[in-house]
Design a protein around this ligand. Structure first.
Ligand code: MG
Ligand code: MG
Ligand code: MG
Length: 307
């Protein structure tokens, strides 16, 4: 029995950097906690860890009998499979409240901000623990990633202030340039199998009893997908069937044009129209201004399914 901090399945930079940052804080205040992860690192996260000199957290998928701090979600579907046999010590998150429950009291830090690492910075301030330079660096990168360098509608003043404070600690003058460097790493999709691309940032949601999978790829120029869009659609159909999903969506997000091309395969042909008010052509549609899955894609879908 040990205590861990772990983010969601198919971990993103927020989940990984958050696990490292929160584990350090907990250890500083006398709680032995080990940072862990539920899956492979994305190229973006690998870039961040390399840049600030961190090893990947421990790859660990089973937590039966352990204590766990959950970061960056509160959903059973995104948690370790045996989470019901673990003791949830705390939840640190910035998403809608999920369906994880506990049988013992827990620590909860849930705020409507752009990134879990913004909340973790609040926790450092609360406990008056100094953030080491390299941890400030990875926390800053996680916030720039989640908020799409402040362009996402999920970004709040708290996130911006937090990045400014972390940049000061980390000694980074031009953090926006670092953010762009990170998104360029993210945009290098050439040579990657389409299945890997679809699953790179993919989440399944339970929408009123229907399984809906939503992936997102954020790039600086959508032309990187020109040659593979047909293959992406074919594989989306395959993945939908494999997981018995009602619908599967892939958002190809252009962070410069600030919108997303939606690829969608659904049992309901008019789902995109009902949710987003757009007609699809060949299973595709442009969603102008849509950058955030959490804030702009999940809620309208959820209301269609709850009608
Ligand atoms: Mg996340
Ligand atoms: Mg996050
Ligand atoms: Mg994201």
């Amino acid at each position: 029995m040990a205590n861990y901090v772990v983010g969601h399945k198919i971990p993103d930079s927020d989940s990984i950097c958050g696990a490292i940052a929160l584990a350090y804080l907990k250890n500083q205040i006398g709680e032995e906690v080990i940072p862990a992860r539920l899956g492979e690192l994305s190229p973006e996260t690998q870039f961040i860890l390399d840049k600030f000199g961190f090893e990947a957290p421990l790859l660990k998928t089973s937590y039966a009998g352990d204590g766990v701090y959950i970061v960056d979600h509160s959903d059973i579907a995104l948690a370790p499979d045996d989470i019901d046999q673990a003791t949830i010590l705390g939840i640190i998150d910035h998403h809608k409240l999920g369906d994880l429950t506990t049988s013992t009291p827990l620590e909860c830090w849930i705020r409507p901000v752009g990134c879990s690492n913004t909340i973790i910075k609040m926790m450092y301030d609360f406990h008056q623990v100094a953030i080491p330079k390299n941890i400030a660096g990875i926390m800053l990168c996680a916030i720039l990633s989640d908020t799409v360098i402040f362009k996402s509608p999920t970004c709040t003043t708290a996130d911006i202030k937090c990045v400014e404070a972390l940049a000061e600690i980390a000694g980074i003058d031009d953090y926006k340039a670092l953010g762009m460097e990170m998104f360029l790493v993210k945009s290098a999709v050439e040579g990657t199998p389409v299945r890997d691309l679809i699953l790179r940032d993919f989440k399944d949601f339970n929408m009123n009893g229907h399984k809906v999978g939503i992936g997102q790829l954020e790039v600086v120029d959508l032309s990187v997908f020109d040659d593979i869009k047909a293959d992406l659609l074919t594989d989306l159909a395959q993945l939908k069937a494999e997981g018995q999903r009602h619908s599967i969506l892939l958002l190809l997000t252009d962070i410069m044009k600030e919108g997303s091309e939606l690829l969608i395969i659904s049992d309901d042909e008019s789902l995109a129209e009902k949710a987003f008010g757009v007609k699809t052509l060949d299973n595709k549609a442009w969603l102008d201004g849509v950058l955030s899955r959490k804030k702009q894609v999940v809620p309208p879908l959820q209301s269609v399914f709850s009608e």
